[in-house]
Design a protein around this ligand. Structure first.
Ligand code: PGA
Length: 246
């Protein structure tokens, strides 16, 4: 499976830093033969992404979207808006959306369904909190997130990201073995519920240039969803070049 490295910029960057980043990225187009690279900026920068990345194979998209095409939903952004800006992907179910903005499994499911209907590939995030891990609930929680989040959707156009909540932005990365164990669990659940599906499972949570090689050495880790370390081109490049030194 071709590895996928996705940068989640959250509520960071500005037009100028985004622009410099994209210029640097465009100089690395040859890399696209061996890995997929995607970026997820704040919504207002999508026009810049479309302008700079049009005609390349770099992927980009949004960090969220509403499931409806239009309506009186002040502050929301629809799949049609994302399509207008050429977005190919959308991150859905990120733990910050679940925890801070109280998104439910059912809402995330509606969003995944809608994204697929509009030809936008969801990166569906699942993951347990520290408390859930410590009380041996990890697999129960992930099973519920998968079951409810993927109800009546297709596995044809889908990426999954395993992001243990306790590892996001904390510097505490899951060990490669801890991560791989859950990736194996997710893939076997997918095989049972979506036979023949070939879904990539990315790892996310404090991925950095110095821990990516260990994570990628695990058989079932197919790439990474990177927050903090995707904000400078230098560290993002070291991550997607993880095998350069190998
Ligand atoms: P982090 O964020 O790499 O800064 O831990 C990952 C994410 O939230 O997707």
């Amino acid at each position: 499976m071709k590895p996928f490295f996705a940068g989640n910029w959250k509520m960071y960057q500005d037009i100028q830093t985004s622009s410099f980043f994209l210029e640097a990225l465009l100089r690395r187009q040859e890399k696209l033969q061996t890995v997929d690279i995607g970026l997820f900026p704040p919504y207002p920068f999508l026009g810049l992404f479309q302008q700079k990345l049009k005609g390349t194979s770099f992927l980009y998209g949004a960090q969220n979207m509403h499931w409806e095409e239009k309506g009186a939903f002040t502050g929301e952004v629809s799949p049609l808006h994302l399509k207008e800006f050429g977005a190919t992907h959308v991150i859905l179910g990120h733990s910050e959306r679940r925890q801070i903005f109280k998104e439910t499994d059912e809402e995330i499911n509606r969003k995944i369904f809608s994204a697929q209907q509009h030809g936008i590939c969801p990166i569906f995030c699942v993951g347990e909190t520290l408390q859930e891990r410590e009380s041996q609930q990890t697999k129960t929680v992930i099973e519920r997130q998968l079951r409810l989040g993927l109800k009546n959707v297709s596995a044809e156009m889908l990426e999954i990201a395993y992001e243990p909540v306790w590892a996001i932005g904390t510097g505490k990365v899951a060990t490669p073995e801890q991560a791989n164990e859950i990736h194996v669990f997710i893939k076997s659940w997918m095989a049972d519920h979506f036979p023949k599906s070939q879904v990539r499972v990315l790892y996310g949570g404090s991925v950095k240039p110095d821990n990516i090689a260990g994570l990628m050495a695990q058989k079932e880790i197919n790439g990474a969803l990177i927050g903090g370390a995707s904000l400078t081109f230098d560290s993002f490049e070291k991550i997607f070049d993880y095998s350069a030194k190998a």
